[in-house]
Design a protein around this ligand. Structure first.
Ligand SMILES: [Zn+2]
Length: 273
């Protein structure tokens, strides 16, 4: 089975193989696809263009290229990263998320936070270091929790976030704060955003969310008490829903949608059984 192997990043123009996998990122979080996969150097000549090597898929080197945003010719197409993640296989998904996260980080980590000197890439590990004072900086991942909460009747809590498009509802999510466990973060976020208490918190999968550097960790939990009180800032409305009275939900490709779909499937099976 194919696998993605991360490597320390290195910038350059010459990489050895024609099966080099090219991750061509363009503004607006878009990436170039060849049909339903990432293109290879043999079909997308990149010549002397500067690229960032970030790892391998099996023996094929993966590089990131800053691309223009003009419309490509068939069979290539430019799609949003989020959409690409719904069609790529797992090693390519990992490569794409890593490409998005690392290029953003590297662009924003240009100077030393201790002395202000310009940083350089380290050859032996995925990091940048300061030639003047020796400080080393590593890319950071920001963990965030997202929870599918059901009540005693099996209904799912869906909430409208003020940042969402009008009418779209999703699950309660938020970043893990320093010092917290993931379970503590689940309980706190739900209490803060909708005023509910939960129990039976169970891990339900995770997903890289490279905008710019999150790891979404999914949970299920059961309602344990309280009345729904949206905080009015982040969450403007929330309610327990049945499959027949669902508002609009996030499009496929997010862990939110995956958890909602899993709940829908369970509800259908319960009805059949
Ligand atoms: Zn320094």
């Amino acid at each position: 089975m194919s696998c993605f192997y991360p490597e320390p990043f290195s910038a350059g123009t010459e990489f050895e193989s024609s099966d080099e996998v090219i991750i061509a990122l363009s503004p607006g979080n878009r990436v170039l696809l060849a049909g339903e996969r990432l293109p290879h150097a043999a079909e997308l000549p990149v010549g002397e263009k500067r690229r960032l090597r970030i790892g391998r898929i099996d023996d094929a080197v993966c590089t990131v290229l800053d691309a223009e945003s003009s419309e490509p010719d068939a069979p290539f197409r430019r799609v949003e990263i989020r959409e690409a993640l719904t069609v790529l296989d797992e090693p390519e998904q990992i490569a794409l998320c890593r490409a998005r996260t690392l290029t953003f980080w590297r662009h924003n980590r240009r100077y030393c936070g201790c002395c202000g000197h310009e940083l350089v890439d380290r050859a032996e590990e995925c990091a940048r270091s300061c030639p003047a004072c020796g400080a080393v900086f590593y890319p950071q991942i920001a963990p965030a929790v997202i929870t599918a909460i059901t009540d005693e009747r099996g209904r799912l809590l869906l909430a409208h976030n003020s940042r969402f498009r009008e009418g779209v509802y999703s699950l309660i999510a938020g970043f893990v704060e320093s010092g917290e466990s993931m379970e503590s973060a689940v309980r706190r976020e739900i209490r803060e955003e909708v005023g509910l208490e939960v129990k039976e918190i169970r891990y339900a999968g995770s997903q890289s969310w490279p905008y710019p550097n999150s790891l979404m960790i999914g949970f299920t939990a059961k309602y344990a008490g309280g009345e729904i009180r949206p905080d009015g800032v982040e969450i403007t409305d929330a309610r327990f829903c049945t499959p027949s009275d669902m508002p609009d939900i996030p499009s496929p490709g997010s862990i939110a949608r995956k958890l909602i779909d899993q709940w829908l499937k369970q509800q259908q099976e319960t009805q059949k059984g």
